[in-house]
Design a protein around this ligand. Structure first.
Ligand SMILES: [Zn+2]
Length: 428
């Protein structure tokens, strides 16, 4: 429960919360390539040791992206209470995406203007990380004899799949349900929403083949780009209408993502594109290869084998109908959908705290894209996991990204109240 004492303890830490968020933004942890992971882990290490946590810095040796130049560092901090009980784990990713154009603020300056802190990663998700630290510190200060344990992790590479971060830690047992019972990921889903999970994703490259010949005599060759055109036509005629007709019971936001979707990320065929300063003319050739990359997002109601099979069936059908059609399909990655049950303890506790702190019922949502819950679910086998944190999802990855201080205060109060509900302890 959120008591007046706990609410006051959070409010008293407002300046600390702002400074902590600013400090985190000022460490530019761009991914790719994976800059300054060690620095931000060292910062968090210092902070959390000061609050009585035991800490471990863990490098994801051998994970994709890990190298001596760009080591994938993670931190896991744990504070045990006086008695046995459940462990509540807050997991935040420490990486941020590229800055991009269009900023009016310094992306690594952390300026505080009119109650908003600006910077790359402000909402996604250094504001959430800071809110969870303040929540834990305020809870520990007011409930020193709590039962169980609190863990806070800062993990690498969420923006590039999480393999050097949460996936690595899950493989090492850090999300074993025997060790951790409740996970809250403070991604920017808005302070009044509980995010139960995410859709699945299937990424693949499709290549069509042809035969090179002189462009003036295309009948002597075979155009791979025309074959790809037939693939795209089949997608337009059959796949897209079929996907649009499928809807889900998952409360995905925005609503457009409540059916299956597919993006075509890239298309390339024929001779390589030349640099912009190349002044020559193209050579005349029939392309013998054309490739597309597809990003197919699927629903909890769909099966990954059907998702693959649907695309493969269209390609196989073209093989029977189209002269000399041949293709290759290479799978790049698969992420299965993840949905935590609405009756799960962490869902119920956080929803109750939202209602109490904000005076209105919590909204239950699911994410169109995936996040680290997938690894906690599939590798860690831990199902009692949600995303909950401050910040406006639509600002993530945009120019002039910010997080509102008031939103951080409110969600830190919700998080601290959740700790009090689960871990108890006499208020002091
Ligand atoms: Zn994020």
């Amino acid at each position: 429960m959120t008591s007046d004492i706990l609410t006051q303890a959070i409010t008293d830490r407002r300046d600390d919360l702002v400074a902590l968020t600013q400090d985190l933004i000022r460490i530019p942890t761009l991914n790719p390539p994976g800059d300054n992971y060690r620095e931000i882990c060292a910062y968090l290490d210092h902070r959390l040791r000061g609050s009585g946590f035991q800490t471990e810095l863990i490098r994801a040796h051998g994970a994709p992206g890990d190298s001596d130049r760009y080591p994938r560092w993670n931190i896991v901090a744990r504070r045990d209470g006086g008695q046995t009980g459940d462990c509540v784990h807050f997991n935040s990713h420490i990486d941020v995406v590229a800055v991009g154009n269009g900023w009016t603020q310094d992306p690594f300056g952390g300026a505080l203007i009119d109650g908003k802190i600006y910077g790359r990663g402000a909402c996604d998700m250094k504001g959430g990380l800071a809110a969870s630290i303040i929540a834990a510190e305020a809870f520990i200060a007011t409930h020193p004899d709590f039962a169980g344990a609190i863990e806070i992790s800062g993990t690498a590479d969420e923006e590039s799949g999480g393999y050097g971060g949460v996936a690595y830690l899950a493989e090492k047992g850090y999300f074993d349900p025997a060790r951790v019972q409740h996970v809250i990921i403070p991604e920017p889903l808005n302070k009044d929403r509980v995010c139960l999970g995410h859709r699945g994703g299937w990424w693949a490259e499709i290549e069509t083949f042809g035969e090179i010949a002189h462009g003036s005599m295309p009948f002597l060759g075979d155009c791979a780009v025309r074959h790809m055109g037939a693939v795209l036509t089949a997608f337009e005629d059959k796949l897209y209408p079929a996907m649009a007709a499928r809807t889900t019971d998952m409360p995905v936001v925005p609503e457009g993502a409540r059916s299956s979707t597919m993006n075509i990320n890239a298309i390339h065929g024929g001779q390589p594109e030349q640099p912009a300063d190349y002044t020559g003319l193209p050579a005349h050739c029939v392309p013998d290869s054309c490739r597309i990359t597809i990003d197919r997002r699927f629903l909890a109601e769909e099966n990954i084998d059907d998702v693959r099979g649907e695309v493969t069936a269209l390609l196989e059908d073209l093989k029977t109908r189209r002269n000399k059609f041949d293709y290759d399909l290479r799978e790049i990655n698969v992420v299965l959908p993840s949905m935590t049950d609405r009756d799960s303890p962490v869902v119920q506790v956080v929803a109750a705290q939202i209602a109490e702190v904000l005076g209105k019922p919590a909204e239950f949502v699911a994410s169109p894209g995936t996040y680290d819950q997938k690894h906690i679910d599939r590798i860690g086998k831990l199902k009692n996991c949600i995303a909950y944190g401050p910040g406006i999802l639509e600002l993530a990855h945009k120019p002039d990204e910010y997080v509102g201080v008031e939103d951080m205060i409110d969600s830190a109060t919700v998080m601290a109240g959740a700790l009090a509900s689960i871990l108890g302890g006499q208020e002091q």
